[in-house]
Write a protein that binds this ligand. Structure first.
Ligand SMILES: Cc1cc2nc3c(=O)[nH]c(=O)nc-3n(C[C@H](O)[C@H](O)[C@H](O)COP(=O)(O)OP(=O)(O)OC[C@H]3O[C@@H](n4cnc5c(N)ncnc54)[C@H](O)[C@@H]3O)c2cc1C
Length: 385
């Protein structure tokens, strides 16, 4: 049975679902209010320097999922990229995430792995057996001095709240290494597309049954479809009528230099007196692509509470937001004709590989429901889990 679909959002979620439905013979219209496809992964050439920029913040593709990696490779060339992050603290540069080099730099020592472990065992707060929040987690991992230097100011700038109000789980995900491995990610595949993420997403959307309409919001359309897949914010679908889910937004301040400004793609600024959280120098994300001028384009990144007209970046998901989310999810489950997907549709931070895997799962769920002639569920992934 051929059906008509409207997919709201031309990011990875919308594109992957659209492609799968189109390849199964359905008619698909993909709309996005932005004038480009790619969602937040959008890349474009900077007009002044020709450098490929990550317009909505730096994106590095990293995954252990063979299926997802071979899927993206179908649509573009992936260039191996080993991501490293530096951090400036009190006028000194350190290696991140915290590894043996960071420990030796910070304490002015030349310790080996087991000596460094012993040092941190003396520094860390042994009395915190079950860390109840981010701050306690950090104190029980690295102790007061490193917590204050690397985490406290940065976290307050990034989230706008006290680290004691954030869950310990955020920090549990960060590695602490007693060797000189300074790779930010540990995944088997770590890469950046040669022609940018938008090049890949355009190719995913390039199929006979897909029509792409840019610069158009879902709310302004009057047509009807057999089914809608909504990858925009779940609270926006319901006109925010029971309240807005909290997000952090980002402001990017662009500036230019001649040549290489910082010698690396990302420099974090952990001190609270420095108003931005990090500086991204885009040319380092495509070292294979050094044609054009010698100019370099950089972003200073500032984090703040997301207002009604801002781009929602990071979902906050604290207690109040969880309660509101539960109400929206119940409403979504009671609504027919729409499936919610993606980072905004499920109000979660998800990396690109997880986004693609979940989009594949959503498309499969939709095809199964069509084949079995049952109602298409509101979610393939439970946003409350
Ligand atoms: C700063 C930052 C850095 C990141 N870095 C990485 C990284 O290094 N590696 C990694 O794997 N992941 C990274 N991510 C995560 C990555 O951005 C997401 O996995 C990905 O963007 C999710 O894709 P999506 O299609 O679900 O959502 P999006 O990319 O947000 O796409 C949703 C689209 O829907 C459109 N839309 C929404 N509502 C409507 C409407 N009502 N009408 C019309 N259009 C609408 C929006 O304009 C948008 O284009 C990062 C995220 C952030 C915030």
């Amino acid at each position: 049975m051929q059906m008509s679909f409207c997919i709201v959002g031309a990011g990875f979620s919308g594109a992957v679902i659209a492609r799968s439905l189109a390849e199964n013979g359905h008619k698909v219209v993909v709309i996005d209010e932005r004038t480009h496809p790619g969602g937040n992964c959008h890349t474009e050439r900077d007009p002044k320097t020709g450098v490929m920029i990550h317009r909505y913040g730096p994106h590095i593709f990293h995954t252990d999922n063979e299926n997802v990696y071979s899927y993206v490779c179908r649509f573009g060339e992936m260039m191996p990229f080993r991501h490293r992050v530096m951090a400036t603290v009190q006028g000194r540069v350190y290696s991140m995430p915290i590894n043996l080099l960071t420990i030796n730099q910070f304490f002015g020592t030349t310790l080996g792995p087991s000596e460094a472990r012993e040092l941190l065992a003396r520094k860390r707060r042994a009395d915190i057996a079950q860390p109840a929040n981010f701050e306690e987690q950090a104190l029980s991992m690295v102790g007061e001095e490193m917590y204050r230097a690397f985490f406290r100011g940065y976290t307050r700038k990034q989230w706008g709240i006290e680290p004691t109000e954030l869950p310990a789980s955020i920090l549990k995900r960060l590695p602490l290494r007693f060797n000189y491995d300074d790779s930010y990610f540990a995944h088997k595949y770590q890469a950046i597309p040669r022609n940018g993420y938008t090049g890949i997403i355009e190719k995913i959307l390039d199929a006979p049954n897909i029509e792409v309409r840019l610069g158009c919001t879902f709310e302004q359309l009057s047509e009807s479809w057999d089914h809608v897949v909504y990858t925009g914010p779940i609270d926006r679908f319901f006109s925010f009528d029971i309240g807005r889910l909290g997000y952090r937004t980002l402001d990017f301040e662009t500036f230019y230099v001649e040549g290489d400004a910082q010698g690396t793609a990302i420099m974090n600024y952990c001190d609270e007196q420095v108003p931005y959280t990090r500086i991204t120098e885009h040319r380092h994300f495509s070292p294979w692509d050094q044609s054009g001028t010698d100019g370099s384009v950089l972003y200073r990144e500032y984090s703040r509470a997301c207002g009604a007209d801002d781009i929602p970046y990071y979902p906050i998901r604290l207690v109040n937001e969880q309660a509101l989310l539960r109400q929206y999810v119940e409403r979504a489950r009671a609504t027919t004709g729409v499936t919610f997907a993606g980072r905004l549709g499920t109000y979660r931070y998800i990396d690109m590989d997880v986004t693609i895997a979940e989009a594949m799962k959503a498309a499969e769920m939709i095809q199964t429901a069509i084949a079995q002639r049952t109602a298409i569920p509101a979610f393939a992934i439970d946003p409350l889990s």
